[in-house]
Each structure stands twice: as structure tokens, then as C-alpha cells.
Design a binder for this molecule. Structure first.
Ligand code: PLP
Length: 401
């Protein structure tokens, strides 16, 4: 057996099979490229679902992490530490908000948002105890906890994991009439992805997000934008909501906030909303730790320059122009997305998304399927135009286009 086959067989024997990774075993990485255990190089066109927006081994981020590793890495929130205030201030400012509640994973940020919205509903809006409702969209992806999968519409994500958490209402994504009809006086929040990533990079119809904003404001309901995948530069702006001129009540951030080094997530909102918490009501041992803050502060500083957003916008225009040329040729049925982020529906006759991903892997390009014959393309924002073009050449060759 090859080194690759041995590593995969061993992983399959000793790890739960909750993932079905492509048969590549990465040993090192730099920028947009990864190298496997047998020395083969691959172009990473997935970037860990946007957690690697700034690329593998980004020097600025590695240096920031190293410096902090030598000073202090963890205090717990039982004490203050000297990177915390700076992190919260800078992140709030980047978001145009007032307060930050740091957690670790994206799912924890979503859980925190659910708790915050409910508490806000009872304490501020005056919803009767235990009656708070949160409206979400069909085909959403917000994470994997029992509460979050309770409002998933994906059978695989949900089946066998009940009993489910009540208090959620699901409406079709993109349908304002349905959203309006679902609202009651007990609705405390609308939780949505401004672009649905896992669903296949679905961009809602123009006017939908502004409509959600107007409706939520009218009804005194919090608009929670899950920008865990769409935020922090991916779409060509700091937040995907900006494309529609929308400012939500709460941003949920994660993935790229940790620079591909440590898990860092956050709920960012106003003092009126996050101000509902008192000591002891919520927390996390690792949330807002010094190492996480140091890395995230560097991420925020990098986003402040605007250069990554601009790269994503420019390279994204190029990507969508090139992918657009493939539609109509028979091999690609549809392309969606914004910035350096695309969902590509391949003609089913050419294979499933998984099969296409495996064939692209053999051409040394790493992508990931979503559902059916859809693949998703989301390279690190630091990818060069030449590398992006090479990746597109491989896709074109694979599709016989
Ligand atoms: C990835 C993701 C999450 C969950 O983040 P984890 O860090 O995997 O828990 C939540 N929401 C969206 C939109 C995501 O893409």
C-alpha cells in the first residue's frame, strides 16, 4: 500500500466516519497550495470553507501567533488579559457595532445568538416566558449542535438526533411573503445566511435582504446575519450583507476570524442586545483567549486595509466571468456566488459532485461537492491570478469544455 492508502486505511479504522474526505493526505501547505505525504502539490480551491481566507501559513498571522505563544495563551475569563479589550474594541469597530461576545466555533456563535435573541425577547421586547420564536430559512447551514440541527431541513444532518429543540420556524429562503406571514408578536429574531454556503452558494433574489431588514425593524425583531462563511472578505466586501446595503442587528463570525490557526468565533451586536447578559449567564473556557485574540487582531488589521476584499472582488469578477463562459456549453448548468466564491452546477451526465471532485483531485485541484452535481469553489483570497487560471484550466479540461 502507498503512504496515502495506509494513512487513509488507518484513519478509517480509528476515526468515526462522520466525514468522507477526498483521498488526499496533506502534510504541509503554503498560500493556496498544499503538499501531500507523497510530495504531490495541489491547488486548494476550498480554503477550509473560507476559514483559510488569508491562505495557508500566512506569515503575518503565524508571526502574530508565535509572539503570543511566547507570552500567554490562556487565562480563562476568570481574569482579564491584555489582548481582550483590544480585540473586542477592534472587532466591534470593524463591524460598526458596539459589543462582542467571543466564542470558539461557528456553532457556538450560533448557539450564543439563539440564547441572546431569546433573552433579549424576554427582557427587552417583553415576550412571555418560554414563548420566544426564531425564524430561519430552509436549506440553512448553521452548525451541528442538537439545537442547530433541530432547525435544519437536511435529512442527513437531522435524522436520528431527536428529540429536537423547539422554538424555531422555517420559511423558504428568498420568500418575503412567507417571512411576513410567519412573524408573530413572539418572534424575537430572524436568523439567516446572507448567502447560503452549504446549500450550494445560493444568493438570495435582489431586494430580499433589504426586505428582511425592513420587516424585522418594523416588527421589533432582531436580524441575525450568519456571516461565518460569507463574511471577512470572501464576497469582495467585509460582509456579504454590504452588497445589499443591509446592516443587521447582529453579525455571527467565525472561520476566517481565526486565520486558519485557531478556532475563533464571535457574536457582534449593539449594547442594547448584548447588554442583556449578567455574569454567570453564558460563557466558554476558551472563548476570547489571548492566543485567539492575538490572531484575530491580526486578521482584523489585515481586513482594515481593504486589500483582501479588493482581491476577492477583482479575482471574483474574473472567476465568475470565466465560469459564466462555461454555462451554455452544456457542461455547466448554472453558476452562483459572489466574489471569490462560486457554486457550480455541473451537468449530471458528467458525474456527481463527488466524482467531479475526485477527478479534479487527480488533476491536482481540490474542491468540494455540496449536493448532487454541485461543486463549490472558494480558494484563499491570496491566490494569484495565474494559479486561479491554472485551476480553471483544470476544470475546463475535466469538463471537456
Ligand atoms: C461553518 C459554518 C457554521 C459552523 O461553524 P463551525 O465552526 O463548523 O461550528 C455556521 N454557519 C455557517 C454559515 C457556516 O458556514
Amino acid at each position: 500500500m502507498s503512504t496515502t492508502e495506509t494513512a487513509i486505511a488507518s484513519a478509517e479504522a480509528h476515526s468515526a466516519h462522520n466525514y468522507h474526505p477526498l483521498p488526499v493526505v496533506v502534510a504541509s501547505a503554503e498560500g493556496a497550495w498544499v503538499t501531500d505525504v507523497e510530495g504531490r502539490r495541489y491547488l486548494d480551491m476550498l480554503a477550509a470553507y473560507s476559514a483559510l481566507n488569508f491562505g495557508h501559513g500566512n506569515r503575518r498571522l503565524i508571526e502574530a501567533a508565535k509572539a503570543q505563544l511566547e507570552r500567554v495563551t490562556l487565562t480563562s475569563r476568570a481574569f482579564h488579559h491584555d489582548r481582550f479589550a483590544e480585540f473586542c474594541t477592534e472587532l466591534a469597530e470593524l463591524c460598526g457595532m458596539e459589543m462582542v461576545l467571543p466564542m470558539n466555533t461557528g456553532a457556538e456563535a450560533v448557539e450564543t445568538a439563539v440564547k441572546t435573541a431569546r433573552k433579549w425577547g424576554y427582557r427587552v421586547k417583553g415576550v412571555p416566558d418560554g414563548m420566544a420564536k426564531i425564524i430561519v430559512a430552509s436549506d440553512n447551514f448553521h452548525g451541528r449542535t442538537t439545537t442547530i440541527i433541530s432547525f435544519s431541513t437536511d435529512h442527513e444532518a437531522r435524522a436520528d438526533f431527536g428529540p429536537y429543540t423547539p422554538g424555531f420556524e422555517i420559511v423558504p429562503y428568498g420568500d418575503l411573503t412567507a417571512l411576513r406571514a410567519a412573524m408573530t408578536e413572539n418572534t424575537v429574531a430572524v436568523l439567516m445566511e446572507p448567502i447560503q454556503g452549504e446549500a450550494g452558494v445560493l444568493v438570495p433574489p435582489p431586494g430580499y435582504l433589504p426586505g428582511v431588514r425592513e420587516l424585522t425593524r418594523e416588527r421589533n425583531v432582531l436580524f441575525i446575519a450568519d456571516e461565518i462563511q460569507s463574511g471577512l472578505g470572501r464576497t469582495g466586501k467585509t460582509f456579504a450583507c454590504e452588497h445589499e446595503g443591509v446592516v443587521p442587528d447582529m453579525y455571527l463570525l467565525g472561520k476566517a476570524l481565526g486565520g486558519g490557526i485557531v478556532p475563533v468565533s464571535a457574536v457582534v451586536s449593539s449594547a442594547a442586545v448584548l447588554g442583556v447578559y449578567r455574569p454567570g449567564e453564558h460563557g466558554s473556557t476558551f472563548g476570547g483567549n489571548p492566543l485567539a485574540c492575538a490572531v484575530a487582531l491580526e486578521v482584523i488589521a489585515m481586513l482594515r486595509t481593504g486589500e483582501y476584499q479588493q482581491r476577492a472582488a477583482e479575482l471574483g469578477d474574473h472567476l465568475h466571468r470565466e465560469l459564466g463562459l462555461l454555462t451554455g456549453g452544456g457542461s455547466v448548468e448554472a453558476v452562483r456566488g459572489r466574489g471569490l466564491w462560486a457554486g457550480v452546477d455541473i451537468a449530471p451526465a458528467l458525474g456527481t459532485g463527488r466524482e467531479i471532485s475526485e477527478r479534479l483531485m487527480r488533476r491536482r485541484v481540490l474542491v468540494k461537492d455540496t449536493h448532487g452535481s454541485t461543486i463549490r469553489i472558494a480558494p484563499p483570497l491570496v491566490i494569484s491570478k495565474e494559479d486561479l487560471d491554472w485551476g480553471l484550466d483544470q476544470l475546463r479540461a475535466e469538463l471537456g469544455a
